[in-house]
Design a protein around this ligand. Sequence first.
Ligand code: MN
Ligand code: MN
Length: 320
Amino acid sequence: MSGPFNQPIDAAEVPRFAGQASFMRLPVASTAEGLDIALVGIPWDGGTTNRAGARHGPREVRSQSSLMRRVHHVSGTEPYSIANIADVGDLSVNPIDLMDGLRRIEAGMAEIVAAGAIPLSVGGDHLTTLPVLRAVARTRPVGLIHFDAHSDTNDTYFGGNPYTHGTPFRRAIEEGLLDPSRIVQIGIRGSVYDPGEHDWARQQGVRVIYMEEFVARGAIDVMAEARAIAGDHPTYVTFDIDSIDPSMAPGTGTPEVGGFTTREAQQMIRLLDGVNIVGADVVEVAPPFDLAGMTALAGATMMFELLCVLAKQVSDRRQT
Ligand code: MN
Ligand code: MN
């Protein structure tokens, strides 16, 4: 039943290196109307505290996403046969005004949500997830499954500034966008500013799973816990590319050694099957620090993994 839905450009007709780049070689739509899933770029890194460059992420992920084929080789999912999906372009951003940037991202994402499409976005730095949550969680708090080297629950930077890519989930909890008892952070590691850096998050009820615990338990056990924390309620999934080891994903602003392999990350995303996902993103791909496009390829691959989980969810609901 592939007839009624958008299809990627056929690689047997137009080779995958040819033509204009769009996410997964799908048609570019002017709005999210009529879509089940909207793929969207958020080219903004105004929250970056150290090495900037994630503003260039969406364009490079579009390019590398031309390597993704139609069918998931493990689940057999054919996302373009079971869900209507398009690239809706990039949200409007403002690279020189942080507060206006946040407003524009929220407004753009609100249009996608109002159209009834599930957003799957590519950042941008991790602060972009805050205005996305303001749109996605406008009517009720949501849960969060968060893959990252960093908790991103710090309070303020640089003289009390509350908005950086190190603070989005603290702000989102404070704003009532997230139910902290349904947040799980997986892959946290690296040196911190303060010995109590993750205390605030834990005090709110956030489950913080350090990389060392992941290594000891493995993906199947950790993701069973993550699914239990998310429960049946609406949940957002956010994937910071720096959760992957910099040997496999060097193109990011805040690399931390000792991370996931790309294979472990793929396995974990596949284990999201059954979670009630209301939106997802891949953030912090920073092409200026990349080598041979390998980080953008990792980002595009995680995006395809997420897309297959989302498309199956759409299809399962249509049939019930
Ligand atoms: Mn992050
Ligand atoms: Mn991070």
